[in-house]
Design a protein around this ligand. Structure first.
Ligand SMILES: *Cc1c(COP(=O)(O)O)cnc(C)c1O
Length: 400
């Protein structure tokens, strides 16, 4: 899946241009930077690729979600509906802006859906943070309509979904703001980095200010501008932006390879009647970074995932891992923090007794195979053989 398979001359060239000027800061220094503005260039590329009117790049996908929430006006005591299946950063971001994460069920899309969101809405709900998990997408048209009806802000955490579209429209552009991550495991990887995209100029301006101490970035006399709002330092460096710029130009190639490689494995796996697949609302828009499939039971999934891993097949069994599903988020469930989170003052009791039977039933049976860009036909064949050995054996034993 990730861009780290493809580092090369393109990224080196971008980095060298920054090193030659010595200006690693994304703002000002107009004279010595000699026209090198990597962060700005990356923002232009993101707008081009996603069709969003505005993009602001910053330090990470996590700070992107927090910034997007803040820029949309979400703060103290507001409830934000989140999925229990995501990278934990989505939930942390809600807590870090002083808001309250409210977990809703996911469905066969492995994302939030209208039914789950509707059940989680209360008079204090102000926003929904949809996560387009594993390179595919939520049924985002229906969710956007529901959010409009209820006057809720819609933030799309698209950290894992650069290149993913729904009916030709890039994810992250259906609501008020979308976010991306360029960390080491994502589709494009700059080491660290992230972005907020939006069609709303006010959200863009608030994002740019919030992620840089409230600087308004008007004029080029750093330090003498106005501070319209309080912010913090969530800036990206020009070096990271440079790497991401080298990477983003490879996305079309990545998508093409991932889709072909995923299709080959899918054709093989669908022969097993015991295996079903994640529902993908628009197959053509799938970035194909993962092949997500479901086994009949949790026991089947755990056993098969273990045997596949032992056979050298790179699979994830999210239900048992520590960072992607609520079941193992003891720290979140108990709201453990070195300081007092705002949520403690609302009478919130934590999430010890979370009740998400549909999500448990799905994620407990889910296995995700990470798709590589650089697989050769021989490697794909070898992978299929390893999977065949494990699956034939498992199902023969399990279902005699
Ligand atoms: C990776 C990820 C993030 C956080 O991105 P970082 O750049 O690592 O901070 C947020 N949300 C989701 C869904 C992610 O997968």
């Amino acid at each position: 899946m990730p861009g780290f398979e493809l580092y090369g001359a393109e990224e080196r060239k971008e980095i060298m241009e920054v090193l030659e000027t010595g200006i690693f800061f994304r703002y000002n220094h107009d004279e010595p930077r000699k026209g090198i503005w990597k962060s700005r260039e990356l923002e232009a590329e993101l707008c081009k690729r996603t069709g969003a009117a505005h993009a602001h790049v910053l330090s990470s996908g996590s700070t992107a979600v927090a910034t997007a929430l803040a820029a949309c006006g979400i703060g103290a005591g507001d409830e934000v509906i989140v999925p229990p299946f995501t990278y934990v950063a989505t939930v942390e971001a809600v807590l870090f802006v002083g808001a309250i994460p409210v977990f809703a069920e996911v469905d066969e899309t492995l994302c939030l859906n209208v039914e789950g969101i509707r059940k989680a809405i209360t008079p204090r709900t102000r926003a929904v943070a949809v996560v387009h998990m594993c390179g595919s997408m939520a049924q985002i048209d229906q969710i956007a309509t529901l959010c409009k009806e209820h006057d809720l802000k819609l933030i799309e955490d698209s950290a894992q979904a650069l290149g993913t579209t729904f009916r030709g429209q890039h994810v992250g552009t259906f609501g008020h703001a979308g976010t991306f991550s360029f960390d080491f495991f994502k589709i494009i990887t700059a080491g660290e980095g992230g972005a907020v995209i939006t069609n709303d100029k006010a959200v863009y301006e608030a994002s740019a200010q919030y992620s840089d101490h409230g600087h308004d970035h008007i004029g080029n006399n750093r330090g003498m501008e106005q501070h319209p709002i309080i912010g913090f330092n969530y800036r990206i460096s020009e070096l990271h932006a440079a790497i991401a710029l080298g990477q983003i130009r490879k996305v079309d190639h990545m998508l093409e390879r991932q889709r072909a490689n995923k299709a080959a494995i899918y054709e093989f796996l669908r022969q097993y009647r015991q295996i079903t697949f994640r529902r993908i609302p628009d197959m053509e828009g799938d970035a194909a970074t993962f092949l997500d499939f479901l086994l009949p039971t949790e026991e089947d999934a755990r056993a098969v995932a273990r045997q596949l891993a032992e056979a050298g097949v790179g699979v994830n069994y999210w239900y048992d891992n520590m960072y992607h599903y609520i079941r193992n988020w003891d720290h979140i469930r108990q709201l453990r923090s070195p300081n007092r989170l705002h949520i403690h003052t609302t009478g919130h009791q934590g999430y010890e007794n979370y009740n998400l039977p549909k999500s448990d039933h799905l994620i407990g049976r889910l296995i995700s195979l990470g798709i590589r860009v650089t697989w050769t036909p021989e490697q794909i064949q070898a992978l299929q053989e390893k999977m065949k050995n494990v699956l034939d054996k498992h199902f023969a034993i399990a279902h005699v």
